[in-house]
Design a binder for this molecule. Structure first.
Ligand code: CMP
Length: 225
């Protein structure tokens, strides 16, 4: 397992190396395959996770069974912290999108750790603040932006996590099915497909299975505004 990526998580940032190492050693490493539900919305939450490898989707389900994805996160990111700071049931379900290795830490252990390392709490707060900022933006986009604009934004957002430079652009291996991509954008599969086909026809993207190559970032950025 690549510790460097885990140690970049807010939980460890700006900590003395020995302290990070001690915390890392107190965490349990778990491996999950694509499709595994790590926990469900509404479950009691007693631990937090840091992703070492793979991708996790965080989603909610409506009473009639429709799904909405709040985020797709990857290595170095954490999840399962909300039910620690705001004790209560899990606010979303966490499901593996690409085979993953995650490290788990018991909330009680984390609380003890934070009492001894108060600076870490600031970094966790920053991560929460960042998440809230992003959620506000998504909420505004749902009200103010059209579907193609939201698709462009989702692709750019995914590229900041999973983008990899290739010859003709930025390859984003999101590992999402068309249905999951639509759930992330908050629109039907047909409308999201139409937007992607239109972007491809304009030469802004190239579709490549469960990946998209972003060919024209400036145009996508303009469309996302
Ligand atoms: P918790 O409520 O314990 O379990 C579900 C997790 O999903 C939650 O902690 C957060 O880590 C994560 N989560 C909830 N809402 C969002 C959001 N809007 N954006 C990103 N992650 C979220």
């Amino acid at each position: 397992m690549d510790d460097t990526v885990v140690l970049s998580a807010p939980l460890f940032s700006h900590m003395e190396p020995e302290a990070s190492r001690a915390l890392l050693e107190s965490m349990t490493s778990l491996e999950f395959q694509r499709g595994t539900a790590i926990f469900h919305e509404g479950d009691p939450g007693d631990r937090l996770y840091v992703i070492a490898r793979g991708k996790i989707k965080l989603g909610r389900r409506s009473a009639d069974g429709r799904e909405n994805l709040l985020a797709v996160i990857g290595p170095g990111e954490m999840f399962g912290e909300l039910s620690l700071f705001d004790p209560g049931p899990r606010t979303a379900s966490a499901t593996v999108v690409a085979d993953a290795v995650v490290l788990e830490l018991d909330h009680a252990e984390l609380n003890a750790w934070l009492a001894d390392h108060p600076k870490v709490a600031i970094h966790l707060l920053q991560a929460l603040g960042h998440r809230l900022r992003r959620t506000n933006e998504t909420l505004a986009d749902l009200v103010f932006s059209d579907v193609p604009g939201r698709v462009a934004k989702a692709l750019l957002d995914l590229s900041t996590r999973f983008g990899e430079q290739v010859d003709d652009g930025l390859r984003v291996a999101h590992d999402l099915t068309q249905e999951e991509l639509a759930q992330l954008v908050g629109a039907s599969r047909e409308t999201v497909n139409k937007a992607l086909a239109d972007f491809a026809a304009r030469g802004w993207v190239r579709r490549d299975g469960r990946a998209v190559v972003l060919l024209d970032l400036p145009r996508l950025e303009r469309r996302a505004r």
